[in-house]
Design a protein around this ligand. Sequence first.
Ligand SMILES: Cc1cc2nc3c(=O)[nH]c(=O)nc-3n(C[C@H](O)[C@H](O)[C@H](O)COP(=O)(O)OP(=O)(O)OC[C@H]3O[C@@H](n4cnc5c(N)ncnc54)[C@H](O)[C@@H]3O)c2cc1C
Length: 311
Amino acid sequence: MEQAIRDVVIMGTGPAGLTAAIYTGRANLKPLVIDGSQPGGQLMITSEIENFPGFPEGIRGPELMDKLRQQAGRFNTDFAFGNVTEADLSRRPFQLRLDDGKEILTNALIIATGANARWLGLPSERAYRGKGVSACATCDGFFYRDLEVFVVGGGDTAMEEALFLTKFASKVTVVHRREEFRSSKIMSLRVEKNPKISLELNKVVEEILGDGQKVTGIRLKDVKTGEITEQSCDGVFIAIGHAPNAELFEGQLDIDEYGYIETAKTSTATSVDGVFACGDVQDYTYRQAITAAGTGCMAALDAERYLECIR
Ligand SMILES: Cc1cc2nc3c(=O)[nH]c(=O)nc-3n(C[C@H](O)[C@H](O)[C@H](O)COP(=O)(O)OP(=O)(O)OC[C@H]3O[C@@H](n4cnc5c(N)ncnc54)[C@H](O)[C@@H]3O)c2cc1C
């Protein structure tokens, strides 16, 4: 029996993928949405979201994702569990394979596989995630009004996070393992000149300290002298970069030097016709739920127009 060919398949059920599902579903394209190993995406591991429009009291991450999934389900959306482990974009229709071996054929593909923050890998960092350890100042900075925080990292992201946090925190300390920052000169200068920011250079984080409930301090090691010091603080922001989930498409799509899928300037089109990318997997700059949802909408509209053209 010949295998059915889907109009559109969406990889990922974070805000980008589910928004793309709502739009393609309402356009009668009967999308198939593949969950991946983290159904609901990154927001499933966060408690309170205060900056997603429409929820004046804030909303818990899992609750928001549940609402988006229900909304997508209203419009003839099919869901499939599992990870896409193989994708062949050189043939038409595109061919995907799930980890259970199932093959899927589709005329259009929307990639909404997100990105994961890079972590230091310390057990204490994991233990205090959401209890004082964060990888997103835009998301969590607000909770540190008049408190003391550390930012770990030496690139532009770390500088941006540190500067942003000075709007709330009483003191921000940047920890970097080298003498010089990797960030652009202008960003480094802004950080160095900011009276609220202190620097701990040539230092690495040995441990994040806490009382079992929340972060209370940080233990640093001087990489030159080996000296260990402990300082008290209320929060630790890890800003050592993000890893976009785009490995599957290496060699098939244009991917930038940081691993993000490249999209056209004013659309979500990738370097292969009929393949669209949205959310954190193509967004080095904003990485927010609402921007992911916004580009998810764009990808759906782009896919819809593409399908009209090839019919
Ligand atoms: C702790 C934390 C707190 C945050 N707080 C906020 C906040 O308060 N406000 C805010 O706006 N943003 C916040 N963010 C950022 C926000 O979560 C992301 O910007 C947003 O989730 C990105 O959405 P996305 O749909 O692009 O990807 P994601 O949410 O990362 O979803 C990716 C999806 O792709 C799937 N996937 C991956 N690989 C495959 C594959 N091979 N096959 C099939 N599926 C796959 C995953 O299973 C997942 O379902 C926070 C992030 C974190 C980590």
